[in-house]
Design a protein around this ligand. Sequence first.
Ligand code: ATR
Length: 294
Amino acid sequence: MRWGRAHVRISGSTRVCGIVGDPVEHSMSPVMQNAAFSHAGLDFVYVPFRLPRGSARAAADAMRAMGIRGLNVTVPHKVDIMPYLDRVDSPALRIGAVNTIVNDGGLLLGYNTDAAGFMRGLSGAGVEVGGVRVAVLGAGGASRAVTLALVDAGARVTVLNRDAERGAMLAGDVSRKAGRAVEHAGLSAGSLLTVLREASLLVNTTTVGMHPDVGGSPVGAELLRPNLTVCDIVYNPPETSLLRLARERGCRTVDGIEMLVGQGALAFELWTGVPAPVEVMRSVVREELARASH
Ligand code: ATR
């Protein structure tokens, strides 16, 4: 089904939300959130603000001064913005990064919807993680949110990272915060072979396979057993080389659009107080990515 493009009517009372980051030109959030506002009949608009590194305080000040209702925060401000907020909720404090701000009458409240959005995407796809061995590839900011969410949900996680020391640090940090052991190893064919023997879910949080270097896969086809579920948080392209190999091997796959929509839906709900039209958000992102690739 086509949902069409958002037609937002801006009036004197329109409430403003947006995204601050650098770069923001390729963000899918404006198209996704405006379609959602429009579908829900809300007098809201969502705009991109390119803001260079070092300007997090200016973003917080601008939000208060101009009555901006909500912001998503992306690279490079997710950590830097935290000291300028009035309150930060506990998931965001544990992850150590904020991706969503609500301006509640001048009080700035910080949240992180990445972890919960990721879990919403997985459960929407029918993937159970309790008690399950999960291989998480990568040890950057995205891996931190995903690993913590999985451990909190009862998964037994092994973090595999090219830079093994960075992977060990992330595993140590998450296991301290969650009070549960997180295994770690370098990212190699040998370690993958060992971990994937036991794992039933593989999550890629590395940038391998992301546009424009779409050819690469962090895992070879021969390691993908059909009873493995493979999830890639890269959403451009929606079917990464890893997901294509997994599909061809008969694995269940979950693409990065699910996490993108999951985190966006939670942010929408924080700003507006109404349930997010997730179907609309998902379709509009899929259409936009399909258009961009032609
Ligand atoms: P983010 O915050 O979005 O997660 P990041 O902090 O830049 O991004 O992390 C990128 C992740 O992709 C890292 O785990 C990185 O591995 P290293 O820590 O070893 O650098 C991983 N990555 C990037 N390119 C990779 C490649 N060619 N092969 C394997 N892993 C790669």
